[in-house]
Ligand binder design. Structure first.
Ligand code: GLY
Ligand code: MN
Ligand code: MN
Length: 437
């Protein structure tokens, strides 16, 4: 048998904690299905984030069941051992060894799920699961419920309450524990190294995809599984396309290059954006815009501390950006008026951050009872202001097609915050220095 994962007890604690939050009822969470890329070739497999957070178990075709109450129990359904399949596709735990290694009370073959679930749901008051995310899963949940209801005349009660499991799991995942923070530091560190490498290698005439290859090289050689999301490598005007992912154009002397790329390490996302000149030297207008975005980001990060509300960093960044838009003669009027009317959205159309974790846009509510929630230690988020200046009426020619975003990964600490991605060069002087080298 392969050894137990070293953090098995941590995952057991997470499951126990979830069951305490549930108080009663049953939670059922499936991992992600495998996805076909073409015919019989699959995309690289990635487990469902909720399932992975609860189990640390990374095989496809698996389901975790938590039975809360006075005697909490947790079960795993997974693929059986299969020598033939293991020769072709590699190791499988099988229920017997998975139970011991991952610390479940019992584990069964996934083929028994539809038979056992109605038994596990009998006389339970509530079923917690994902609702509405996957039609096939919804149908299966209803089939289990109906199978329990069919036993009504034998005196068996079916759950009367169906609960979206995200309510409990999202909130718990919002606060990162030490294992998660270690992984996030590593994801951010690897990502920062990749941005540095891109700066060091970039020169006019290379293609965007050649820079993307350097990022990927750096991710993989440090043990990151994959990019946490599609890398954006956007030269010149492409930087003004927020989700540009074609990455197939040549890089031109005199243009900027915006890279939004992060590694996924141990399941956790890095999410960093840097913008720098293809030829290694910011020209006048590029530097003017860059310094505004940099100041906006500093203002946002300065607002990341316990007790401040979620939107405080965004509000601080917007204020700096709007003053900058006025200084650049992109907008006219009073700062407050331009903020109130939303006129600034012509050049800054996204928000300044999001939760970060197993999902790049991680789970967790941003408002509670209609009010922005307060930042607390252990939360992780991004700070990513930008300015995107497309050619348009009234836009000075010298600023046309400048697109700049600066993004870092930030942990809320007791004292304020820690920038996890601080190793990625960021000031004009630092960037030009790396590019000279
Ligand atoms: N890379 C995705 C984001 O910055 O939100
Ligand atoms: Mn982001
Ligand atoms: Mn990003």
């Amino acid at each position: 048998m392969t050894e137990s994962p070293p953090d098995r007890e941590l995952y057991r604690q997470r499951r126990r904690h979830v069951m305490r939050e549930m108080a009663e009822g049953v939670m059922v969470i499936a991992t992600a299905p495998e996805a076909v890329r073409n015919r019989d070739s699959h995309y690289p497999y990635r487990p469902d984030s909720h399932f992975w957070w609860l189990t640390g178990f990374a095989e496809p075709e698996a389901v975790v069941v938590l039975v809360a109450g006075k005697r909490p129990r947790h079960y795993l359904f997974c693929r059986e051992k299969n020598l033939e399949m293991e020769i072709w596709d590699g190791f499988r735990w099988g229920p017997k060894d998975a139970r011991a290694a991952f610390g479940f009370d019992a584990a069964w073959p996934i083929s028994q799920l539809d038979r056992r679930l109605p038994e596990l749901l009998a006389d339970q008051p509530a079923l917690h699961t994902r609702i509405g995310a996957e039609p096939a899963w919804d149908a299966r949940v209803m089939a289990w419920l109906n199978a329990v209801r069919a036993k009504a005349r034998s005196g068996v009660g079916a759950p009367e309450v169906l609960v979206e499991a995200g309510g409990i799991l999202d909130e718990m995942r919002l606060f990162k524990d030490d294992q998660e923070l270690a992984r996030m530091r590593r994801a951010a560190g690897i990502s920062a190294g990749a941005h540095r490498r891109a700066m060091a290698i970039c020169r006019p005439g290379l293609y965007e995809h050649e820079i993307e290859a350097e990022l990927l090289h750096e991710f993989r050689r440090h043990g990151a599984e994959a990019p946490a999301y599609s890398s954006i490598v956007a030269g010149g005007a492409n930087a003004c396309v927020l989700h540009y992912v074609f990455n197939n154009r040549p890089l031109r002397d005199g243009d900027l290059l915006l890279i939004d790329a992060g590694a996924e390490y141990g399941g956790y996302a890095g999410d960093i954006t840097r913008t720098f000149p293809v030829n290694g030297r910011f020209d006048g207008p590029q530097k003017e815009v860059y310094e505004i975005v940099l100041a906006a980001q500093a203002a946002a990060i300065a607002e990341v501390r316990p007790g401040n509300h979620w939107n405080a960093p965004h509000e601080a960044a917007v204020r700096v950006l709007v003053q900058g838009m006025k200084d650049l003669k992109l907008l006219k009027g009073r700062v407050d008026g331009l903020i109130e009317s939303g006129a600034f959205r012509r050049f800054y159309m996204h928000r300044t951050g999001h939760w970060l974790g197993l999902d790049v846009h991680d789970v967790g509510d941003y408002k509670i009872d209609g009010a922005w929630r307060l930042l607390q230690p252990g939360m992780t988020l991004t700070a990513e202001p930008g300015l995107y200046i497309r050619p348009d009426k009234g836009v000075p020619r010298r600023l046309e097609n400048i697109g700049i975003r600066i993004e870092d990964d930030v942990l809320v600490t007791e004292a304020g915050c820690e920038v996890l991605s601080a190793a990625a060069p960021k000031t004009v002087a630092e960037i030009e220095e790396v590019m000279r080298g």
